[in-house]
Write a protein that binds this ligand. Structure first.
Ligand SMILES: O=C(O)c1cc(=O)[nH]c(=O)n1[C@@H]1O[C@H](COP(=O)(O)O)[C@@H](O)[C@H]1O
Length: 238
């Protein structure tokens, strides 16, 4: 059985590239992330297709708007059948609480399972320089933990954060909270535009429940070999 802690990011804009990668990875990968590049290009069809292949889907559209608009957007997306949806925690407590409540109510009314709802804390591409330019006075880790606690209080299921903050979030938010970490790079891999990174094993050891990995697999000469090597490293941390 595939390790469902690995979520492979499908940052493509063509459905044929998606089909090719999913077929290449085969049974080794059970969870995929559909982000804005793919969704804006092909729409909800890709979520339905992945579900038909028996895959889990994290639909990563990072909603950020006033409470009523975000809640409405999530309720529309709910019908596509993704397992996880997300919003930006910086939209605030009221936005997150309204979104979570309305999503649960809509799922109950439709008689379908409610997708997990998680919140982005501070993007993993954000380094100290970008952060200071925004005029932020607290450190990135302090802000991530503050956002994670607010996310939990608002009734969401977890957060997206960097693997470097996972241990602090686990301590602050308890054992059942989802901690989804992008910014994961095998030792020696290209960092690309990520900033706060860790290896797959370190991310899991820090308390991440899921690792989102894109280019280290998607852009590898042998994507299946790259995924298998990452899965082997992940096996060392149960
Ligand atoms: O929400 C996300 O998935 C996300 C949040 C974040 O803080 N950082 C981040 O990289 N991501 C996504 O995770 C994926 C990481 O891809 P790679 O950098 O190629 O491994 C991309 O699809 C990003 O959109």
């Amino acid at each position: 059985m595939a390790d469902e802690r690995l979520i492979v990011a499908l940052d493509f804009h063509r459905m044929e590239d998606v089909r090719h990668l999913v077929e290449t990875l085969g049974d080794s990968v059970a969870y995929y992330k559909v982000g804005m590049e793919l969704f804006y290009s092909v729409g909800g069809e890709v979520v339905r297709w992945l579900r038909e292949q028996g895959k889990h889907v994290f639909l990563d559209l990072k909603l950020h708007d006033i409470p009523n608009t975000v809640a409405g957007g999530l309720c529309s997306l709910m019908h596509l059948g993704a397992d996880i949806l997300n919003v930006h925690a910086s939209g605030g407590f009221t936005m997150m609480q309204t979104a979570a409540q309305k999503l649960h109510d809509a799922a109950d009314a439709a008689g379908i399972p409610c997708p997990k709802l998680i919140a982005i804390t501070v993007l993993t591409s954000m380094g100290q320089e970008d952060w200071s330019q925004l005029g932020q006075t607290h450190t990135i880790p302090d802000t991530v933990v503050r956002f994670a606690k607010l996310t939990k209080q608002a009734g969401l299921d977890g957060v997206v954060a960097s693997p470097q903050e996972a241990a602090m979030i686990r301590q602050a938010c308890g054992k059942d909270f989802l901690i989804v970490t992008p910014g994961v790079r095998p030792a020696g891999a290209s960092v690309d535009d990520q900033s706060r990174i860790a290896t797959p094993a370190a991310a899991l050891a820090n308390g991440a429940t899921h690792l989102v990995i894109g280019r280290p697999i998607r852009a590898a000469k042998d994507p299946r070999g790259a995924a298998l090597a990452i899965l082997k490293e992940m096996e060392t941390v149960k």
